[in-house]
Design a protein around this ligand. Sequence first.
Ligand code: SAM
Length: 355
Amino acid sequence: MKQTHNVIDLFCGCGGLSEGFQMAGYNIVLGVDNNDPALKTFLYNHKGSEALNADLSAPETFETIEKIVKEKKVDVIIGGPPCQGFSLTGKREFNDDRNKLYLAMIEMVKRYQPKAFLIENVPGMATLYNGEVKDEVLRRFKEMGYNIDCKVLCSADYGVPQIRKRLIFVGLRDGEEYFVFPEPSHTPENYVTCEQAIGDLPCLVDELGADVMEYSQAPMTEYQKLMRGDCNTLHNHKAIDHKQFVKDAIAQVPDGGNWKDLPKGVGESRKFHMAWTRYASNKPSRTIDTGHRNNFHYKWNRCPTVRESARLQSFPDDFVFLGNKGQQDRQVGNAVPCLMAKAIAVQLLKYLDKE
Ligand SMILES: C[S@@+](CC[C@H](N)C(=O)[O-])C[C@H]1O[C@@H](n2cnc3c(N)ncnc32)[C@H](O)[C@@H]1O
């Protein structure tokens, strides 16, 4: 019988990374984060997992984790520590307080010696301090006996309707092998587009939608069918009640356009390069953010709903987001796209199932 692999997710947020691992058949034992609404969402969607609200920069957190995990084996540790404030200042000292969140990953791997671990970060981390931060991470884990490698992956290459690049480290404990990152399943010619991803969702022109509502039509594409699965209730599809002048400005931006398409005098309060961007219906979306309200639906004159952003992040429709709208937007925007996480998790099984 195939064994399932137990996973701990650090900095789990609402659990995009966990969701991908769960889709690939792993067992998510525990998620740790210090954001309560995100943890509520994590728990709601990962029944059977534990969720711990704790500060991963505090040493006592590791004792609490030990009490929860008890004698359960920990096969894989995954996590996306925020890298704001990363620093190698002064003596280029990695143990600097500001790097504590990264050190949490190192501490956990040291304690549990998992068969594998995965760290996710923004691509910019690879070039920070001329690559010294990345090299230091590689060195630290090598010292602990792991074969570790890293690569920048693009989510659209794995069937996600979004261009989102992430730096992924994977370390393997046993043997001589290094992880070979999964081959893309998609190329720019057949990337899943915004319209293919969200075109079946109610337009919300004469209504604002609701936390729970009905689908208004059948799915039209393979991707829409995949996201719906057996789900027959639409969650988190609620539009922002934009002021009329905002709607009027968006109405003047064409499919795939931005502030440069606006006539003189319209929308001039926001003129930076990302302002007033309408997603392009025939392309994947650009990186979903945490709710900055600069991106608009490719067709309707409003920001995407949480469900639309979740679709673009490849969260299945039965994944429900809890908390207020701002908290939900943050959870979705922070997440690792589930289908990209799944592709890595499936590839990792090749190494774990060898034993
Ligand atoms: C980029 S998000 C992780 C997203 C997650 N991997 C996913 O796929 O959904 C980073 C998370 O780190 C959490 N975080 C930041 N500082 C923390 C700390 N000191 N202790 C625990 N969690 C922290 C944030 O609340 C946030 O949810």
